[in-house]
Design a protein around this ligand. Structure first.
Ligand SMILES: NC(=O)c1ccc[n+]([C@@H]2O[C@H](COP(=O)([O-])OP(=O)(O)OC[C@H]3O[C@@H](n4cnc5c(N)ncnc54)[C@H](OP(=O)(O)O)[C@@H]3O)[C@@H](O)[C@H]2O)c1
Length: 242
């Protein structure tokens, strides 16, 4: 039986991926913080073992009493989003919170679990297409995701001799509790189940970048090659129209 460990699996994209892999016959270790949501997930498939842990605490990860066997896939997907609504009165605590939750916690997960990935196994990190170009109010979220992309791409080089493939996952908008808070228009939004299908397909192919939905991510990639002054102009127009 193949094994996958997924963080951020108590809701949204992670929960949908956990269920999909369980249905595909994988043994799934699914992490989150909410014990209630994890219990709801565990009852949906016998292949799913859940664990509750705040990944910003290295000690809590180390104290987990989990009997994790060698992993075929380690998918670090947990994350959160908060916006900087007033750039001039920059909220350093918010910035630290987002960077800790999205970036530093990923480092703790790598510390704990990367060594469990088998040769010919896979590491995947959920970044975001927000990492492609600077988006309004995304000083914290976008910076954390750009750093995760860099981290994943660097690991792809350094893990090659260990025969571990690395994928960076860049979703566009996906309907989850993370985006439920957004009050602006979210073009090309898809469901968490659709996102899980894209991720499954991408990981099965061992793609180094898993970008979806294509019509949205191609548009952002194109915009990202514009001269920065032109993008700054367009982004400020976009912000005013939001
Ligand atoms: N939705 C989108 O449009 C979108 C787009 C691009 C990228 N992403 C990325 O996709 C990933 C999943 O997001 P989602 O949309 O599925 O959001 P979500 O439904 O809010 O799920 C976030 C998951 O991460 C877990 N989590 C967050 N902080 C954690 C922590 N400190 N310790 C342990 N678990 C933690 C949450 O656990 P609890 O709820 O149990 O606390 C939950 O399981 C995130 O990395 C997000 O940045 C999402």
């Amino acid at each position: 039986m193949k094994t996958i460990l997924i963080t951020g699996a108590s809701s949204g994209i992670g929960a949908a991926i956990a269920l999909l892999y369980a249905h595909k016959g994988f043994m799934v270790f699914a992490g989150g913080r909410s014990q209630e949501r994890l219990a709801d997930l565990a009852v949906q498939h016998e292949n799913i073992t859940t664990f509750s842990c705040d990944l910003t605490s290295k000690e809590s990860i180390e104290n987990l009493s989990l009997n994790i066997p060698a992993l075929d896939i380690l998918l670090l997907n947990a994350g959160s989003c908060e916006y900087i609504n007033d750039a001039l009165n920059f909220d350093g605590d918010l910035f630290a919170r987002v960077m800790t939750n999205n970036l530093i916690a990923t480092g703790y997960c790598l510390d704990a679990w990367l060594k469990l990935v088998k040769p010919n196994g896979q590491l995947a990190i959920t970044s975001s297409c927000a990492s492609f170009l600077p988006l309004p109010r995304a000083e914290a979220y976008g910076a954390s995701k750009a750093a995760l992309t860099y981290l994943a791409k660097t690991l792809a080089i350094d893990l090659k001799p260990h025969k571990i493939d690395v994928s960076v996952i860049n979703p566009g908008f996906v309907q989850t509790s993370l985006t439920d808070k957004n009050t602006f228009k979210m073009p090309c939004i898809i469901t968490a189940d659709q996102a899980a299908q894209y991720i499954f397909k991408g990981l099965s192919r061992k793609s180094s970048e898993i970008n979806f939905p294509k019509r949205f991510t191609y548009t952002l990639k194109l915009l990202s090659i514009l001269p920065s002054s032109l993008w700054k102009y367009l982004a400020s127009k976009m912000e005013k129209g939001a």
